[in-house]
Write a protein that binds this ligand. Structure first.
Ligand SMILES: *Cc1c(COP(=O)(O)O)cnc(C)c1O
Length: 417
């Protein structure tokens, strides 16, 4: 029996994944160094005169890599968002604008500090539509969380302009986009504070972990205090002398073991990015101009990471058959799964926080109120039902990229021809 396969023979699926697939002797050496010194805690170890180096070195190299002034290692990207919001003194009574299409934490971090998330439409960049800031700002709005979704920067120039003229903080959530640039500068350095993640799915990983980056001394001190039970230890005071009163914080400190892995991974980010960009460059020209499909718009195509090209279909009903046919040809690909629209999640449907009085929605009746229902986001709904994602991994080869392009073209002629 012959299998109809118009482009090429069936090729085995390449292993997906970015940073974790690049783990090697560099990570091992740094972790072993921590273990052999018996110093897993960042602030003190076996030698009183010489504090452990890993988290401090990670922060230093992170700043140099981004071209920013201060970086603070924390336990996760979610922790980084909570720390950033707390550093900006955002709490009960405040509103924070955030992409309706974003990871769980972007919403929960706002609720956890007691503020109310206000959901914004995305545009064909799959990032925040800059026009939403004017539409959604009220006298209670204090900040905007901008998500740089899957290695493509949001259009920061209009976003920062619109937000800052209204006196709003801009927090850049770079959890998915470490190494991504916008107009020559790293994401996370365009606005007031940037947050990053080293969770397993991210471009660089230590399993769990996060970072907060800023140029602002006051935000830095407040971030340090919030992440360490209100403490401001001598290590940080030597960088920025204390000017802020002590206040209650949580415990979001990174361990030396995590920092060791994150440091080795940070040093690989540009290599991983170059690999992804090179493979993406083999695929995109082949897709560009095909009838009925358009590419995700990149505000700065030169700055992208390139690990997940997105293709929009004019007609939503073509997405599922197209994805199924690609998948049958062993091309890793994805479509909207339902985990990303914030208004679709269970805790938004209930409107609950851990205690009734902690919910920022308790006075909005009936619930779900306007702004928290799918029908309030027609553009986000439309765009996210019309895309197919084509992930690229660290272990993919040029032949894998060509196979993706060949089969996309072949399936296109079957489904859209
Ligand atoms: C992964 C992610 C986070 C949270 O990071 P964790 O380290 O998993 O807590 C936050 N925002 C976005 C956009 C993410 O993708």
């Amino acid at each position: 029996m012959t299998v109809a396969m118009s482009a090429t023979a069936l090729r085995p699926r390449p292993a997906s994944g970015l940073g974790y697939q690049a783990i090697g002797p560099e990570e091992e050496a740094l972790v072993l160094d921590v273990l052999r010194r018996k110093e897993p805690f960042r602030y003190y170890g076996t030698d009183a005169a010489k504090p452990p180096p890993m988290a401090a070195q990670l922060e230093k190299e992170f700043c140099a890599y981004l071209g920013t002034t201060y970086a603070l290692a924390v336990t996760s990207g979610t922790a980084a968002l909570e720390v950033a919001l707390a550093a900006a003194a955002i709490g009960p009574g405040d509103e924070v604008i955030v992409n309706a299409w974003s990871w769980i934490s972007c919403f929960t971090a706002i609720v956890r500090v007691g503020a109310r998330p206000v959901l914004a439409e995305i545009d064909d960049t799959l990032n925040l539509d800059p026009g939403e800031i004017a539409r959604l700002t009220t006298p209670r709005t204090r900040a905007v969380i901008v998500v740089h979704y899957q290695g493509v920067a949001a259009d920061m120039e209009p976003i920062v302009l619109e937000a800052h003229r209204r006196g709003l903080y801009v927090i850049e959530d770079c959890a998915q986009s470490l190494g991504t640039r916008y107009r020559g500068r790293h994401v996370g350095t365009w606005a007031d504070i940037g947050t990053y993640s080293f969770q397993n799915n991210k471009v660089a990983t230590s399993g769990e972990g996060g970072m907060v980056a800023t140029r602002d001394q006051r935000l830095y001190e407040r971030a340090v205090r919030f992440h360490d039970l209100g403490n401001y230890r001598p290590y940080h005071a030597a960088l920025v002398p204390s000017k802020e009163p002590a206040f209650v914080g949580g415990q979001y400190r990174m361990s030396e073991l995590t920092a060791a892995v994150a440091l080795a991974q940070l040093r690989k980010v540009d290599k991983i990015r170059e690999h992804c960009r090179a493979l993406q460059a083999r695929i995109l020209p082949r897709i560009t101009g095909l009838k009925g499909v358009t590419l995700r718009r990149e505000p700065d195509p030169a700055g992208g990471f390139g690990f997940e090209p997105y293709v929009f279909f004019e007609r939503a009903e073509r997405v599922t058959p197209f994805r199924e046919k690609l998948d049958a040809r062993n091309v890793n690909c994805g479509q909207r799964t339902g985990t990303y629209p914030q208004y679709g999640r269970d805790y938004v449907k209930t409107g609950l926080a851990h205690a009734p009085a902690a919910s920022p929605f308790r006075d909005l009746k009936p619930w779900p109120a306007q702004g928290y229902r799918a029908e309030d986001f027609p553009r986000t709904e439309d765009l996210t039902k019309r895309f197919i994602a084509l992930p690229i991994g660290w272990l993919y080869t040029a032949a894998d990229a060509d196979y993706i392009a060949d089969n996309f073209v072949a399936v296109h002629s079957e489904v859209c021809g």
